[in-house]
Design a protein around this ligand. Structure first.
Ligand SMILES: *Cc1c(COP(=O)(O)O)cnc(C)c1O
Length: 450
């Protein structure tokens, strides 16, 4: 742990911030110290939040660049401001790389986040009040898929579909029935806590039957698509929204991929309808991440992410947890803890005490309120970036199982959590996040070869 008296980073660490870190220390030692403490946190424990990853030094360098200064409302070649020649090149590279990597006819790289990308989809394809068919939030859907606390549920009419109670897989019969009854403007496929593959062809069929737009929200899994580890929604969807910071391992941000016929509507929905000036430093960093994602190393990474999630899930099942839907095909798994008599909130707290960062999560048909929850969600994207393999991930699963069962606040439980924390430290010391030696190349951040 760092404190106010924390030593300066080792010279090699400064590669993560560029040569200007000393300037940050001089101007704002408090924020400088926080960035070091956060690096310590990343290095000192296991990051299993399924939506997080560890970006490469190259992506961080682009994020920390002077491209942040530029106002560039509009699109490459059609800006409202002068001086955009250089940022135009950055955005054009991001666009071309995304189109090539995903085989998309059109792409918009400007959404500031996944939620912003989703707002633009509503703006492009629906009017206020229109029915939108999407996965129920407690069954794995996202806030922007019709929650009452989001614009999506306030300004549109959400029709939620669910997973089947026994298989815990999307109930495609219900999706079709609801589509035929409500005639939605948009049908949304994609979720935030669904561990299995989605049948995009089936969704396409249903959308065609009722004349709806098919929108795939690939925020979580677009990185697996980029690496060829799971099938792509692009051939099926009218529009695909995504984040760039989850498995894809780029800067925080969003992007949209769509058919050429929707290009104008989508671009106008992003700017000027819902955003102002684009974050050009972030768009440049997206271009870097897309270049990395087109590499052979990244393809190996993506397939290893899936293998690792499966290995972790197996170990968690061996530890007495039930894998929702019986397993995972992706980077994430959802575990039902009811047989252990432990809530999701308790599990999250105990794991945190053992330096394992994960989140409590509602399971389908969860009897517990969302702030308590009966499950946890784990993801393998970040640990795979730091070079973990299936053996390591099986070990991680076993450590989680021990932490979850340790009754914190009791002498024995706290001793067990300290013990697990020690083993976590040993595990991450062997394959650290942001290893202390100077990074050799941007691609090295995820090649697992260290
Ligand atoms: C993460 C996520 C989003 C939102 O992304 P932010 O960048 O956090 O706004 C949208 N949809 C789904 C399915 C997600 O998982």
């Amino acid at each position: 742990m760092s404190d106010a008296g924390s030593p300066r980073p080792a010279p090699a660490d400064q590669a993560f911030w560029g040569p200007d870190f000393s300037e940050l220390e001089r101007i704002d030692p408090e924020i400088a110290e926080i960035t070091l403490a956060e690096l310590d946190r990343l290095r000192g424990g296991l990051q299993l939040i399924a939506s997080e990853n560890l970006t490469s030094p190259a992506v961080l360098a682009a994020l920390g660049s002077t491209l942040s200064n530029k106002y560039a409302e509009g699109y490459p070649g059609h800006r409202y401001y002068g001086g955009c020649a250089e940022v135009d090149r950055a955005e054009s590279l991001a666009i071309e790389r995304a189109k090539t990597l995903f085989g998309a006819e059109h792409t918009n790289m400007q959404p500031h986040s996944g939620a912003n990308a989703n707002l633009a989809v509503y703006a492009a394809f629906a009017q206020p009040g229109d029915p939108v068919l999407a996965m129920s939030l407690p069954h794995g859907g996202h806030l922007t898929h019709g929650s009452k606390v989001s614009f999506s549920g306030k300004w549109f009419t959400p029709i939620p579909y669910h997973v089947d109670k026994s298989t815990e897989l999307i109930d495609y019969d219900e999706v079709r029935d609801l589509a035929l009854t409500h005639r939605p403007k948009i049908i949304v496929a994609g979720a935030t806590a669904y561990p299995r593959l989605i049948d995009f062809a089936k969704f396409r069929q249903i959308a065609d039957e009722v004349g709806a737009i098919l929108w795939v929200d690939a925020a979580h899994f677009i990185g697996l698509v980029a690496g060829g580890a799971i099938p792509s929604p692009v051939p099926y969807a009218d529009v695909v929204s995504a984040t760039t910071h989850k498995v894809l391992r780029g800067p925080r941000g969003g992007m949209l991929l769509c058919r050429a016929e929707h290009a104008k509507a989508v671009d106008k929905a992003v700017f000027p309808f819902s955003q102002g000036g684009p974050l050009m430093h972030s768009i440049a960093a997206k271009a870097v991440a897309l270049k990395e994602a087109a590499s052979d190393e990244y393809r190996a990474y993506a397939s290893s992410v899936v293998d690792n999630a499966a290995a972790m899930t197996k170990a968690l099942e061996a530890g007495g947890m039930r894998a929702v839907s019986g397993g995972t095909d992706t980077h994430l798994a959802l575990l039902d803890l009811r047989e252990l008599g432990v809530s999701g909130a308790e599990a999250e707290r105990r794991c945190e005490a053992a330096r394992i960062t994960l989140n409590k999560n509602a399971i389908p048909f969860d009897p517990a309120p969302p702030m308590v929850a009966s499950g946890i969600r784990v993801g393998s994207a970040a640990v795979t970036t730091q070079g973990f393999g299936t053996d390591d991930c099986a070990a991680v699963g076993a450590l989680i199982a021990r932490a979850v069962r340790a009754e914190d606040g009791t002498t024995a439980g706290d001793a067990e959590l300290a013990d697990v924390a020690r083993e976590v430290s040993e595990l991450v010391a062997r394959k650290p996040a942001y290893p202390r030696q100077a990074p050799q190349s941007s691609a090295a951040a995820g090649d697992g070869a260290r």
